[in-house]
Design a protein around this ligand. Sequence first.
Ligand SMILES: Cc1cc2nc3c(=O)[nH]c(=O)nc-3n(C[C@H](O)[C@H](O)[C@H](O)COP(=O)(O)OP(=O)(O)OC[C@H]3O[C@@H](n4cnc5c(N)ncnc54)[C@H](O)[C@@H]3O)c2cc1C
Length: 411
Amino acid sequence: MVGGGQAGLATSRELSQAGVEHVVLERARIGEFWRGRWESFCLVTPNWTTQLPGQPYDGVDPDGFMPRDEIVAYLERYAARLDAPVREGIEVESLNPVPGGGFALRTSDGELRARSVVVATGAYQRPHRPAAADTLPTDLPQLDVENYRSPGGLPQGGVLIVGSGQSGCQVAEELLEAGRQVFLACGRAPWVPRRVGDRDTVWWLVESGFMDQTPADVPWPAARLVANALATGHGGGHDLNLRTLRARGATLLGHFVEAEGRRARFADDLAESVAWGDQRYDEVRQQVRRVAAERGLPMPGLAEAGPFDGSAPTELDLNSVGSVLFAGGYRPEYEGWVHVPGAFDEMGFPVHVEGASTAVEGLYFVGVHFLRRRKSSLLLGVGEDAGVVAAQIAAANGGGQRADRISDQSR
Ligand SMILES: Cc1cc2nc3c(=O)[nH]c(=O)nc-3n(C[C@H](O)[C@H](O)[C@H](O)COP(=O)(O)OP(=O)(O)OC[C@H]3O[C@@H](n4cnc5c(N)ncnc54)[C@H](O)[C@@H]3O)c2cc1C
């Protein structure tokens, strides 16, 4: 296993159940991704969606949203309870297939051989900056949201946030609360109300089958790069989207196009981006109505998205900005170290069937966004994929019958 996040740990649990000898190599510490979030970070999905095999959410607030440190503590407890064979502080620097079968791994702690390798290095690997980022003045402080910690850590002055997915919007809200002026360059992102009727919207998304959608159910391949639906778990959870941010004082802008000297230019496409998000919300409304009708539940009130004034400045004087924060999502990053020809598609995602690489026998992936389902990279769905992949490894190692049992247990 390469990676000691939830995907690596869940797969380790399933491999242990199958009696498959393995080791989990983690370049930093267990749950490192979560440790790296900003100070006030908390889950957007309710705690009950934490469904790792063998130890679903074990806290006292299933409808709450774990803050950063609680998520890390949960994963540490999970690893300890499983007695997972994790070796922290070991980075896999390269992975090469060996003629005749198996893999050679060069690690920061020496060479290793493995019959099978599961890559679980995260769904969100390389922060993405738009090409136009290079046109910003070099003396203007710029950082990726990865490196944001709290409002006090940013230089004085307004903040231009480029990217309006979950991270960009959550940080925008926090900065507004701290009295900062926020300029938000917006792209397309779905949004949902935090609650529908007396339930969290995620419940409806799970029950409707939305979270179980496969890549084939989604009409366009780049859907894998679309942001998760906007909402927040902060302060117990509430609505968070472009309308709520504008109401709190954010200046909404279209896509960031380029900077010329100290003037930044933005596309005139804010209305289009908001309309796109509103269409996704409409689709969710249809799903909710279908679930309520099928289950005989009271039909919840689902307000229209409502009008939106799409006018927005197309230029910004960068003298009014003290820093630029990039929150434009993530891209896969395997090809720098996984040296397997044909293992990745043109977007850099693994080419696979049920998590097994089609390029070489014995290479598997877990925790990839939309690996098998929409929920594959989430605490909700990674356990199911871990079971499927572990079952294949066990079968390939002569434990077929036992492997079937594992995937049953994980469901
Ligand atoms: C801002 C944000 C908010 C999110 N909120 C939620 C949420 O509310 N609910 C939810 O269910 N999901 C959420 N997710 C998605 C997902 O749950 C997390 O991204 C989660 O961390 C993915 O787990 P993972 O184990 O697949 O990857 P990671 O947690 O990224 O773990 C991968 C591990 O691999 C290690 N690693 C990487 N490369 C190497 C190497 N070469 N050698 C050794 N080790 C290596 C890393 O150090 C890391 O610890 C969110 C994601 C983001 C970006």
